[in-house]
Design a binder for this molecule. Structure first.
Ligand code: ARG
Length: 458
């Protein structure tokens, strides 16, 4: 059975069918396809297009088809070109000719647009909860390390001391923005296309508000031409997924670097690192490398879809069938990677001694300049004097903190004995206590706000 063909004298060529059949991937939308059809049968009976009894027969039949899919009993047949065809073919086998009334006023164009929106809404929720679990793991990993000191970097060069919790928590906020983006995307996905027909709208008195209510959509589309071809929500979802991928990739890169023995700041759990078949000493950060690698794949899915959309003439075109595989692949990719990175964080061991040992006293040069500022010297000049101190220390072959007060005095008469207090990593960090800073007190507040965020917006 085909959903079309009356005007054709010959069946399709087998090679054409292989090209155009989408059942191989769109069958995973069976549940939402049937959900949409159940609501549509009810709307047809409300409109007086079919009787209540016919609607009940169709709905019972659809439920039987769903059970076959749920239980893995559904038998695909040649000619089931897509999920819509397969469901209707089987429905008609089960309930007879009345099954043929279901598609009245409907096209696969408004049907597939509805299915994919329903599928996307579920996927947005699924990914959102996986990202939420990752955020919880970040908080849990941070909490014991609010006072743990480590080098902070810019340009990957040692910059200023920070606390390890501050480093980990920086990722919490990236994922908070990602989750806000997912929910924002959802608000534009919750628009019902069903009732738009192939392109021009429905000639039957379909109550679209009713349909929207049945299917949980917030809005009803305003223009049938737009409704059957709007895939903006897929592009938005793929962008949100790509950015999650980019954030995972950046986190992964830090974990790769900091687990390198040259840094040694963290140790990956045996269960989440792998060995080398040749070099017994190796401990490879494969899950992080895969997170980094899969970000490229997620971005590829986004750019692929945008490229598909860019030249399309008005309303539905078969090119739009290319919307599903990148979306499914992105969801599958994140569904694989997010739980693993969450588990990596849950089992991550921080090595405070190694972090501490990597603190270089030149990283206090800014604090030295700030000290001079507190003595009334303009910052620009203070910065220069502090730079001279760094140079003097290196000429003398000592660290910055080993310069005597006399040495410092030779650079500025504002240096006094109280300068000793500057040369303390913990004190340096503790001074940065303005909101959002790395001071333990500020990070404790940050974590409390992160918890609030999870409770109210997560
Ligand atoms: N498999 C198609 C898709 O995914 C369903 C819609 C087909 N519509 C059509 N007029 N051929 O887009």
């Amino acid at each position: 059975m085909s959903l079309w063909g009356g005007a054709f004298n010959e069946p399709s060529d087998a090679d054409l069918r292989a090209l155009q059949d989408s059942i191989g991937f769109d069958k995973r939308m069976y549940a939402v396809d049937i959900e949409g059809s159940v609501a549509y049968a009810a709307a047809l009976s409300l409109a007086g297009v079919i009787t209540d009894e016919e609607a009940a027969q169709i709905i019972n039949g659809l439920e039987a088809v769903k059970a076959e899919f749920d239980e893995g009993r559904f038998q695909l047949q040649v000619g089931d070109e897509d999920i819509h065809t397969a469901v209707e073919r089987r429905l008609t086998e089960l309930v007879g000719a009345v099954g043929g009334k279901l598609h009245t006023g409907r096209s696969r164009n408004d049907q597939v647009a509805t299915d994919l929106r329903l599928w996307t809404i579920d996927a947005l929720h699924q990914i959102d909860s996986l990202v939420g679990a990752l955020q919880e793991a970040l908080i849990a990993a941070s909490e014991p390390h609010v006072e743990t000191l480590m080098p902070g970097y810019t340009h990957l060069q040692p910059a200023q001391p920070i606390t390890a919790a501050h480093w980990l928590m920086s990722f919490f906020w990236m994922f908070a923005r990602d989750r806000a983006r997912l929910s924002d995307t959802q608000s534009r996905t919750e628009v019902l296309p069903l009732g738009s027909g192939a392109l021009a709208g429905s000639p039957f008195a379909i109550n679209r508000e009713f349909l929207a209510g049945q299917l949980g959509f917030e809005f009803v589309s305003e223009n049938s031409l737009d409704a059957v071809s709007d895939r903006d929500y897929v592009a938005e979802a793929l962008f949100a997924f790509s950015l999650i991928g980019v954030h995972l990739s950046r986190l992964a890169e830090d974990l790769i670097l900091y687990s390198n023995p040259a840094f040694g700041y963290i140790t990956l759990n045996d269960r989440y690192s792998t060995g080398s078949s040749l070099m017994p000493q190796k401990r490879n950060p494969d899950p992080m490398e895969l997170a980094r690698g899969k970000a490229g794949r997620l971005i590829g899915n986004l750019t692929g879809l945008l490229t598909t959309l860019k030249g399309l003439p008005t309303s539905y075109n078969k090119d739009l069938q290319e919307d599903k595989e990148p979306l499914f692949d992105a969801v599958d990719t994140l569904t694989l990677i997010l739980p693993v990175i969450t588990a990596v964080l849950r089992t991550l061991k921080l090595n405070p001694d190694r972090m501490r040992a990597a603190l270089d006293e030149s990283m206090l040069a800014t604090d030295l300049a700030d000290y001079l500022v507190s003595k009334g010297i303009p910052f620009r000049e203070a910065h220069h004097i502090s730079g001279r101190a760094v140079r003097l220390a290196s000429e003398k072959g000592v660290t910055l903190t080993r310069l005597s007060v006399d040495d410092l005095h030779s650079l500025s008469d504002r240096f006094g004995h109280d300068v000793e207090a500057v040369f303390d990593f913990a004190a340096s960090v503790a001074r940065r206590r303005a909101q959002g800073g790395t001071a333990p007190d500020a990070v404790r507040e940050q974590i409390a706000r992160a918890r609030d965020w999870l409770a109210n917006e997560g």
